[in-house]
Design a protein around this ligand. Structure first.
Ligand code: FMN
Length: 329
């Protein structure tokens, strides 16, 4: 009998497939559907402080159209709007905890130091099983040094870890100048897990009407190798769990990430493209593969293809095509 349970952030998951944070994880109905299709956990759509601020500004502008207002009214109004967005999120967590059995991981993205603390505490109190910090600083502010940008990650982790008792994961990008060292240092902060890697909204251009549009929003299976390489390089070299994110579209990609050393994978684009049923197919593919290779538990093969176990570690670090593809292929 094949057992596909796994441990991630100290939580026991019935499958290593986690539905990553996205628009398909912000309603109870969708989350129940993912659970019925065999998801091990879900990460809720991020609660964005920036979005709340934008909503606030929009509503204030609308109020101002009706005539001048006393500034004091805005203090109360600001507080109410933030509370309202938080309340909806808290309600979703409570509703999920009543109606689904799989772990619910809340996700936050804040801009101010105080709100990382305020949001974390309230989401823990609402019953979230864990917290995922969605933190990214686009290094486009030329007045800030790399050290200043990097310091923010450590400060936020420290604040949140000092605030909550539930496990905390950090989802990062690969835009660091010294990625391996950064991942290792982050793992030594006491964080429970790192998610490699987030995929971001990217701009594109419309060359007919000269406007800025959204580039490909969903990933493709060909996007897998970046996270696969880094999970394989970092496995057994970090002090926390690793979840693989980006480009996991089928059971084969799931098996590869487990062989690389991931504790779990996060799936988003494949669900947008093929529906929640793809989770079921991926679980089936994993079970069939384990059966064929006589594995009864994931731990029997997890990390078998991690770089530290390889006789040829250079294979994981090759970055130039050199001789290989110099001809036609
Ligand atoms: C439409 C959409 C919305 C997303 N929203 C969030 C979000 O709110 N918070 C977050 O951390 N990641 C968000 N992501 C990123 C995904 O969680 C995931 O990391 C990324 O899509 C890569 O995984 P994939 O290749 O399986 O799509 C979003 C992705 C998509 C496509």
């Amino acid at each position: 009998m094949v057992d596909i349970t796994t441990k991630y952030l100290g939580l026991k998951l019935k499958s290593p497939i986690i539905v990553g944070s996205c628009g398909l994880t912000n309603s109870l109905e969708d989350i129940q559907h993912h659970e019925a299709n065999g998801a091990g956990a879900v990460v809720l759509k991020s609660l964005f402080e920036e979005e709340i601020i934008l909503e606030l500004e929009h509503s204030k502008a609308q109020m101002m159209q009706h005539g001048p207002l006393y500034p004091e009214i805005f203090d109360l109004f600001d507080y109410d709007t933030v509370e309202d967005s938080l309340s909806k999120y808290i309600y979703l967590i409570k509703d999920c905890k009543k109606n689904v059995k799989i772990p619910i991981i809340a996700s936050i993205n804040c801009v101010s130091a105080d709100e990382w603390i305020n949001f974390s505490k309230q989401l823990e109190d609402a019953g979230a099983d864990a917290l995922e910090l969605n933190l990214f600083i686009l290094p486009s502010d030329f007045t800030r040094s790399a050290e200043e940008n990097e310091r923010v990650y450590f400060e936020v982790i420290e604040k949140v870890k000092n605030t909550v008792n539930i496990p905390v994961a950090l989802k990062i990008s690969y835009f660091f100048s010294n990625l391996g060292t950064m991942i290792q240092r982050l793992s030594e902060t006491g964080i429970d897990g790192l998610v490699l890697f987030n995929r971001f909204y990217n701009p594109d251009f419309n060359i007919d009407n000269l406007t800025v549009t959204a580039a490909n929003i969903l990933s493709n299976p060909s996007d897998l190798p970046i996270s696969l390489r880094w999970i394989a390089i970092m496995a057994h070299r970090v002090k926390c769990d690793l979840a693989a994110s980006t480009g996991v579209h089928d059971g084969t990609a799931l098996i590869k990430q487990l062989l690389a050393g991931a504790n779990a994978v996060q799936v988003v684009s494949a669900i947008y493209k093929n529906g929640s049923e793809v989770i079921n197919e991926m679980n089936k593919e994993l079970i069939e593969w384990m059966d064929k290779h006589h594995y009864s538990k994931i731990d029997e093969f997890r990390g078998k293809l991690a770089q530290v176990k390889s006789k040829n570690p250079a294979e994981y670090e090759r970055a130039q095509f050199m001789k290989h593809f110099s001809g036609k292929f």
